[in-house]
Each structure stands twice: as C-alpha cells, then as structure tokens.
Design a protein around this ligand. Structure first.
Ligand code: ATP
Ligand code: MG
Length: 568
C-alpha cells in the first residue's frame, strides 16, 4: 500500500473525553472514528487490524471443529419470549417494532437464535455434538459506553453455541473451548488469565472469563500468589476468615448503645474487634415489575460484593435504598440485625453461619444484641456475600491472594438446559426418549481486543503492534521525496517486499520527514526502513517500533533483514 493512496486521517490531538491510551491512539491514528455514543466506524487501518484478529479467532475455532455461520442481527421478540428473556433482560436490549407492530430486538447475544437454528433439525443424539459460531455485530445499549471501542454500544463479538447429549460432553467441549481461547490469546501475545466468573444475564451453572491483565481494566481479579486459583471478584471465594483478635465473652443480652450507628462506633463501645460484629447492608432489589428492600448481613469488617448480593436475591439489579424506603420497610437504620428480624427479605453471609459471641443490631433504636449465635436460620438464608480482598487467603491452597486489574476479552459458559428447556428444543437419546439439549456458549470481544492490544502494548508516541495483528508488517519511509535515488530504491524494496508476501506501507507522501515519522510511530507497525541520505553510502536505517531502536543496515540486505525480523 502506498500512503499517498491510503486513507488514515491521523491527528495530533485526541478529543478531551479520550483518557485511555487505546482510545486516544485509535482515534488519533485514524483506526476508528466516533459516530455517536458508543458507536464507531472502523476506518481502513482499524478494519485491517480487525481482520487479522478475526482470522486468528476463526482459525482456532475451525481447528476445534466449530462451524461458522451467521445469525441475523435483528431477532424476533417471539424467540426471546420463548426463553423468557424478552421482559427480564435489562435496558441494554434495544427493543423496537416493525411497520406491522411486531416486536423485534437488536441481537445483544444469540442463545435464542442458536436454539432456533438447531431445534427440530438436529433430532438425534447421533447428530451431536454441534458447535456453531459467528463473528458478528452486537448491540447493547450500555448505560455508560466509554473508553472508545472497549465498551461500545455496537461492537463485534465472536459467539459460539454448542449442543450436547449430556453434561459430560458439555464439560469436554467447555475444556476444549478453554484451550482454544488460550491458543487465541497466546497467539495475540496477550498476558491473560482464565478466571472463575459470575454468569450474569447469560446464566447457566459454571463460567470462566478470560482477563487481560491491564492497569486500566474495569474488573478486579483475585489471583493466588501460590497456586493457579484466579477469579473475578464477583465470583471469588476465600478460605473462611479467622481472627487473632480476642473473642468477646458475653451471655446473650440486649444492650443500650445510644447513637452507636456504625460498626466502628459499636466495636469501640464494646471494645471488640469489628470481626465480631455483624453489619447490615440495606439495598433495593429490582425485579422485572417490582422492587423490594433486602438486607444483607456480613461481618463488620467485610464489604458487600454487589453481584453476589444480586445473585442471592435473584434480582435483575440492586441499588441503594433511600432513608424513606428503609423506614417504610420497618427497618431501624444503624440498629438492624438478623435476630428476630421480620417482614423483610434478608440474607446472611455463609461465613457467619455457626459463629457465636457476635454483636448485631437489635432492630430497635439504640439497642444491640451481644453474645449472639448465628444459628437456627433457614439454610437458604446463607449465601456468599462478601467481597474477597488481598488480605484474604486462597480457598484452594491457603496462599496469599492479590488483586489485579483486568479487561474481559472472553467468557465461556456452561448453560445446561437453561435455554433448550423453555424453548422446547429436544433430541432423542439412545432410548428414544426426548431430552432438552445440554448447551454451552462462548464469547470473544473481537473489537474490544483491538483496543486491549494497544492497552497492553504502546508508548507515549503510539501503538506498538505485534506482527500478528499489526495493520502493516513494516513501513518504508522515504525521508526526502525529491531524492530520486531514494525514491527509486524505496519503490523497488516495496515491490520486492510485496512479492515476498509482506504487507508493507510505502510512505511516499510529499510531507516533511518528521510528519511521516510521527505517523509511523502513532500507527505503529513493528518495523520500518528509513531511506535517507545514508543510501549514498549504501545504507538504510532499520527501526524497531518497540523501544524505537535504530540500526544502520546495508541497503541491499533490507528485505532479508525485514524477513528475518518478521520470521518470514
Ligand atoms: P462486560 O462485563 O465487560 O460488560 P459482559 O460480561 O457483559 O462484558 P459477555 O456477555 O460475556 O460480556 O460478552 C462476551 C464478550 O464480549 C466479553 O467478554 C467482551 O469481551 C465483549 N463485550 C461485551 N460487552 C462489550 C461492549 N459493550 N463493548 C465491547 N465489547 C464487549
Ligand atoms: Mg462476560
């Protein structure tokens, strides 16, 4: 490609709202342009990178035996009514009507489409398993689209759906997909972890996320320093906590605790460690057509993990409760405890089960209970509610945990019959009995990956692409276009490189050298050959974008040098 014929509208400045390197460089480098909140056009450079990422994703999916197809992006609401998701999926789902007043939606995910494709057509266990996938546009009306294409409203996803005769076969495919994803992210050169995850709106039993470790990540990842345990904080477990602080000793009693509304006040008042107190976190749980006040009881020195809380009460979302809502629910803020609590839904952190000598609110203004045993409660009140922290211990080996920031690039789910059962999608087993398909689904954020690769590899000047996904293998930059010999050499090198199968960009623009160099550094192909004055002495400069290392090489070895660097 000749830059003079190319379209890459590079700019010096990025819009003010762009704060992350990937967002800034994708806009400044002319990879993408913004068309609205969370809406982007991919320009030729961006499309080239996307194609390369897609190629790697497809190769590995095909190798694993998955079959590529394409679902329509507009889906009939009828399908989503069959699965029960049309009314409960949040506002991320863009619903609309056609001219005949029929309900439709823009695909946010395609489990229903996948079931509809297989249902009634794959009818026998003999035809199973099947894994179908697409690379297609998704639309989610995100509440806060941000960070450019990292969190867009329209984005490109690779989504796969597998169908099995039994759980064991699903487990086999899930493991195969985990290995396949590992191959993909390794080929992309990313530092990633596969972590235990919450299944969110997709649902199902077990799921794992693939997280690229990056300081700008929105997710908190808990990793063990000693073993391989790693989990999203939303699903992280820990070894039950213990405390070396002196355990209080008191007979069960109600105590006057005037104005002692916070855990800190109560612990100081009784001179006990906060570990021995019970904190009430009052929330509003939001359901499809109602809301409800729910109380979550956790240890005084723990924090509520909101996704765990939301899962515990099976809400679509949870929000803070206002003072009035707390009052109307009959709760005494600051003095709320599980003992004798009536008329409101409540859950207790599993780690509190069986604990004794605890202190909690007495559900009466200015009173707390001491010497409390957390027992006698219904089993299903106990849920995992607390946020795991770096100071906690690994649930698998007891080792030290650490918290890192990650960006989710992939998510694999074991769905079981969550979709096939309500959608009545069955096959006949060996005994001729109709059974719902056992399903898995597997997503990769293809467009997000383009930004993640920049987050993982850039400097203050621009992108540092690995050769696998760089828009070009190399640039050839003619420092002075008026130098006829230099231009002739550069064109020859460019033609030979093309013949050798390299994807090179010849910067033949009539621009100052500084402008061309800046654009090269911003766009960031792994190597460049600079053809300048040195050519008179038979040398050119080979630049390695990572570290901007420059070396003089013999002009007649330039192509071999590039091929060697690019392992061609
Ligand atoms: P997140 O937690 O980041 O909102 P999610 O869990 O809702 O993502 P999934 O339903 O698991 O996303 O979708 C599969 C993949 O699609 C994600 O792992 C992510 O890489 C990508 N993805 C999801 N939402 C977006 C988005 N708004 N913009 C770009 N990529 C996205
Ligand atoms: Mg996810």
């Amino acid at each position: 490609m000749k830059f003079s014929k190319f379209y890459a509208p590079t700019t010096k400045e990025a819009p003010k709202d762009a704060s992350l390197p990937s967002h800034i460089f994708l806009l400044r480098g002319g990879f993408v342009e913004q068309m609205g909140a969370g809406l982007y056009n991919y320009l030729p450079l961006g499309q080239k990178v996307l194609n390369k990422i897609t190629k790697i994703v497809k190769e590995e999916m095909d190798n694993a035996g998955a079959l590529e197809l394409n679902f329509s992006m507009v889906t009939s609401a009828e399908l989503w009514r069959q699965s029960g998701r049309f009314d409960v999926f949040g506002k991320e789902l863009l619903r609309f009507k056609d001219r005949k007043d029929n309900d439709f939606l823009l695909s946010a995910t395609n489990e229903e489409s996948a079931v509809a494709t297989i249902r009634g057509k794959v009818t026998s266990y003999k035809e199973l398993p099947k894994n179908i996938y697409q690379v297609n546009t998704k639309f989610r009306d995100e509440a806060r689209p941000r960070f450019g294409i990292l969190r867009g409203r329209e984005f490109i996803m690779k989504d796969a759906y597998s169908f099995h005769a039994n759980e064991a076969d699903l487990k086999r495919e899930f493991d195969l997909m985990e290995q396949t994803y590992s191959k993909i992210f390794t080929r992309l050169g990313l530092n990633y972890r596969a972590v235990f995850a919450d299944s969110g709106a997709i649902g199902g039993s077990g799921s794992k996320e693939f997280m690229v470790l990056a300081p700008n990540g929105e997710d908190d990842i808990i990793c063990c320093k000693q073993c391989t345990y790693a989990a999203n904080i939303e699903a992280a477990k820990r070894a039950p906590r213990t405390s070396s602080a002196l355990k209080p000793e008191a007979d069960a009693a109600k105590f006057l605790t005037p104005n002692m509304k916070t855990i800190k006040d109560v612990a100081e008042f009784f001179k006990v460690d906060e570990f021995y107190t019970i904190k009430a976190v009052i929330k509003k749980a939001i359901y499809a057509d109602s809301t409800k006040i729910v109380v979550f009881f956790i240890r005084g020195d723990d924090e509520l993990q909101e996704v765990k809380a939301q899962n515990a009460c099976k809400a679509l979302d949870i929000a803070d409760a206002s003072d009035d809502e707390v009052l109307n629910a009959g709760l005494v803020a600051g003095f709320c405890g599980p003992v004798g609590l009536k008329g409101v839904d409540f859950y207790i952190d599993s780690e509190l089960k069986g604990q004794n000598q605890m202190i909690c609110g007495a559900n009466e203004k200015d009173y707390h209970f001491v010497g409390v045993s957390v027992s006698g409660f219904n089993e299903d009140r106990f849920k995992d509610l607390s946020a795991v922290r770096a100071s906690d211990r690994c649930p698998e080996c007891g080792g030290e945990l650490e918290v890192s920031k990650g960006i989710e690039v992939g998510h694999i789910f074991q769905l079981g019959d969550k979709y096939s059962k309500p959608m009545n999608a069955t096959f006949l087993d060996e005994n001729g009995k109709a059974k719902p398909f056992i399903m898995g689904c597997y997503g990769i954020g293809v467009s997000r990956l383009m930004a993640v690769m920049i987050e993982a590899s850039h400097d203050e000047r621009g992108c540092i692409w690995k050769k696998e996904c760089s828009p070009f293998d190399a640039f050839i930059i003619v420092s002075n276009l008026k130098d006829e010999n230099a231009l002739k050499y550069a064109i020859e090198l460019y033609e030979n490189a093309k013949k050798a199968g390299l994807d090179v960009m010849l910067d033949d623009r009539n621009e100052r050298f500084g402008v061309k160099m800046n654009d090269y550094e911003l766009i960031g192909a792994p190597f460049a050959i600079i053809v300048g004055k040195g050519l008179e002495e038979g040398s050119v400069e080979l630049v390695t974008r990572s570290g901007l290392v420059k070396e003089q090489i013999k002009a007649d070895t330039a192509l071999d040098a590039l091929k060697a660097k690019l392992c061609f």
